[in-house]
Design a protein around this ligand. Sequence first.
Ligand code: NAP
Ligand code: GDD
Length: 363
Amino acid sequence: MTNIALITGITGQDGSFLAEFLLSKGYEVHGTIRRSSVDFRERIMHLEGAPHFHLHYADLGDSMSIIQVLNKVRPTEIYNLAAQSHVQVSFDSPEFTADVDATGVLRILEGVRQCGLAKTCRIYQASTSELYGKVEEVPQNENTQFHPYSPYAVAKLYGYWIVKEYREAYNMYCCSGILFNHESERRGETFVTRKITLAAARIAQGKQDKLYLGNLSSLRDWGYAKDYVECMWLILQHETPEDFVIATGVQHSVREFCQLAFHHVGIELEFKGEGADEKGIDKTTGKVIVEVSEDFYRPTDVVNLLGDPTKAKAKLGWNPAKTSFEELVKIMVEADIVKVAAEVAGEKVRTNLVEYLEKGIVK
Ligand code: NAP
Ligand code: GDD
């Protein structure tokens, strides 16, 4: 029997990597997309038209659209990755975040039941280390007490519990991956890692002057998204439905991420000062490259995430050390150097064209 996967949030960072991974495993891959007035399919454009890849319109805020897709696709595995995934944005749009990240999970679970798929379909829920929030212990594992610390985290906590409830109440195969931060060259540009790697590439190529950041001391356990989507799949192949912490077990600060990213473009940063007055200075030129802006401070910030992946290693055979922090930063910076270089080249071509048109060299 063919495995049929339905990925919600297929246009996102994880969705795009997971789609590639499942196609390579011979799956029939279906994904849900939303209508937008601008192009939002950059990450999956290369897959469109492939024989086993299909897209459907659905929104996690719209039960009817979910039920329609479930009935049409009749998936054997669902990966519910769709979410309003930006923590800072959740303070500005708390109701929308709750509707998609909390009630949206319920809509998927109940949809599966109502479509008669409860016994044949396994469900993965994209849960998060943000559940640990104002952390009760370091490092965090599957037994660590939750203390959500943002509207996003509170919504995701509902998602976590409703998955557990459906598992116990209806004996459904549904589980949560409690994933710590994972990044890549496809990471959204407003998350701190990508914001830094893009800025490093732009500053090195003269396209940006300075980088403004919020809390430089925040600590994260950063892994590579490509490694993490494999684990999502492993979780659903496990004999029994269980929740897993997925992390590298290594922690760095935003400041350290910055130093390493700028190092890759030939700028050695030295940080001086404290709090909002702290600055990242180019050791060679003395120029201020990084400044703190309180605009990027959060009403409540999660500052000490470090995961313990022992269970995933032991039960799933997953390797948390596949891509190191150093390799991750290098991958991201190199991709952004190429991206910015292409933009700069495009600008040159446009400038030359205008000049040639003005001089009548081309008509
Ligand atoms: P992402 O790049 O922001 O992608 C989010 C996806 O959700 C996009 O495809 C987006 O579609 C879709 N979406 C948003 N609202 C929707 C709605 N109302 N209906 C249907 N789709 C909707 O996020 P990601 O980094 O890939 O993360 C994937 C999942 O893992 C998310 O649930 C996130 O909360 C969770 N997570 C991520 C991390 C991490 O470090 N990356 C860690 C733990 C958990 P559009 O393209 O149309 O906006
Ligand atoms: N975004 C952003 N922008 N964050 C900044 C900045 C900035 O300019 N400056 C400092 N930070 C700090 C934030 O305050 C936070 O403590 C940390 O950098 C990481 O922020 P993000 O990269 O936005 O990620 P996140 O940890 O809040 O959330 C991501 O990881 C979660 C898993 O722990 C998202 O992917 C969530 O969807 C995911 O659940």
